[in-house]
Design a protein around this ligand. Structure first.
Ligand SMILES: Nc1ncnc2c1ncn2[C@@H]1O[C@H](COP(=O)(O)OP(=O)(O)OP(=O)(O)O)[C@@H](O)[C@H]1O
Ligand SMILES: [Mg+2]
Length: 433
């Protein structure tokens, strides 16, 4: 049955790292929903949740999303024992994980859908206020391949979970569109002639490709491919090779009359997925860390790890890692710096080292690029333009893959953080798209 709701349809990019909402207005212009953050307005909202609970108080935890979550988190002294906080990021990456149906936080079970619903519900409320009508209808982006999806059925499962979250959050009319096709609509807005265009969208969680034949009035999708890794995977490499060794991942400790690795690898795996760092903050783990510190050959490194866990420095650690990655997008070398009252870490790093660490990921991204060319039967010489977008497209090594394959002159980039929401809004306005 056709919906009686005739309110405008918005485009929503629920990203792994950043989310945006846009609306194509009848006069052909585009309105982005803006979010207040740190005294300014931004067109994207960080895809994070912060939950906080006072110990011993029976009330349910308070939950914030987006910029507010970060501000609340930073304003709380997480070292105070009576307040417990949990930051949750990259939730989109769990949508396809069938084994992960939720998580226990402060003694209550939250389904993935509940947590995503909180995020998209806050986006909907903010959009309704900004746009001046009750937002209930949306074209929502999805990656070609969700993180950890192994097949079509996993992707369909993830999409259904995302749909359930959106309905739970008050949306009534939801249509999905592939993110790299949305980005293609943004690119094609400005073209003058018919072209074959390859779109590469490199985000936080996923890398997506689409190949289209576009003209000023027509868009024909030739094919799409994707792989569930992007900027988050690069961050994990920086933690693994640069940060974790400074916190004792290569250190040894005395055990009876032997010298053995100080701590098990899973401790450091929790650092790589930085938002799981707060899960280490249990009595049991803290005891293990303190005992290890006494036996460690480099006790100062384990002490630094204890400080990071005890003071719940996951977000600051992540910010410091992001800084390294962003610096290396424009410089040949930089320094990882984590300076707080509790810990002081400094580690030099070069772009060449970083590129060595991410080589396997770049290789997998390139295989996905090969797949889309092969699947569509389009030869490299037939591609007129390559449009790169998404935050991770700013990494020089990513761009180089395309410059060397297609030639610098064919590669363009733009709207790194908003091209998907922009294109979704165009698709929402055009019912045939
Ligand atoms: N200057 C930069 N250099 C390198 N990486 C960057 C830069 N700026 C942002 N990033 C990275 O870009 C990623 C976020 O990009 P984007 O907002 O496009 O992702 P997303 O849309 O949230 O994720 P996805 O599309 O995978 O769901 C993060 O991993 C971030 O660290
Ligand atoms: Mg994206």
């Amino acid at each position: 049955m056709a919906s009686l709701d005739t309110s405008p349809v918005v485009g929503i990019d629920f990203g792994t790292t950043n989310s945006s909402v846009a609306l194509a207005l009848p006069d052909g212009s585009l309105q982005f929903v803006e979010f207040p953050f740190a005294g300014a307005l931004t067109r994207s909202s960080r895809s994070v949740l912060y939950m906080q609970k006072k110990i011993g108080v029976g009330k349910p935890a308070s939950v914030w999303s987006g910029p507010e979550a970060i501000e609340r988190y930073l304003a709380t002294d997480n070292f105070e024992d009576e307040v417990q906080g949990r930051l949750i990021q990259s939730l989109k990456s769990y949508l396809a994980a069938r084994s992960f149906n939720g998580t226990e936080i402060f003694g209550r079970h939250y389904r993935v859908e509940d947590l995503v619903a909180k995020m998209v519900g806050d986006l909907r409320r903010r959009a309704s206020v900004e746009l001046g009508f009750e937002v209930t209808r949306a074209v929502v982006g999805r990656p070609v391949a969700f993180v950890s999806a192994d097949n079509d059925s996993d992707n369909a499962f993830a999409e259904e979970r995302l749909r359930a979250s959106l309905l739970q959050a008050g949306f009534t009319d939801v249509r999905f569109a592939m993110e790299p096709i949305a980005a293609a609509h943004t690119y094609a807005e400005g073209i003058q002639r018919e072209e074959t265009v390859l779109i590469g969208d490199f985000g936080g969680g996923t890398t997506d490709f689409s190949l289209l034949r576009v003209s000023p009035t027509e868009r024909t999708v030739l094919g799409t491919t994707g792989v569930g890794l992007a900027g988050d995977a690069f961050d994990a490499k920086i933690v693994h090779y640069l940060v974790s060794p400074a916190l004792g991942s290569d250190s040894m400790a005395r055990s009876l009359n032997k010298v053995l690795p100080a701590l098990p690898a899973w401790v450091y795996a929790n650092l790589e997925r930085w938002h799981t760092l707060s899960f280490l903050r249990t009595r049991q783990v803290m005891e293990m860390l303190r005992t290890t510190q006494k036996r460690a050959l480099e006790p100062e490194k384990i002490a630094a790890l204890i400080a990071v866990v005890e003071h719940d420095l996951g977000y600051r650690l992540h910010q410091a890692v992001q800084r390294v990655k962003i610096d290396l997008s424009s410089q040949d070398a930089t320094e990882f710096v984590l300076e707080t009252d509790a810990v002081s870490l400094r580690e030099a790093v070069t772009r060449a080292e970083f590129e060595g660490w991410i080589a396997p990921e770049l290789e997998r991204m390139e295989r996905s690029l090969d797949d889309v060319l092969q699947k569509t039967g389009v030869a490299v010489a037939q591609v007129d333009r390559v449009f790169l977008t998404g935050g991770t497209s700013l990494v020089p090594a990513v761009r180089r893959v395309f410059a060397s394959r297609f030639g610098e002159e064919r590669v363009v980039s733009g709207e790194a953080f908003t091209s998907v929401a922009h294109g979704l809004a165009l698709m929402a306005a055009n019912k045939d798209a």
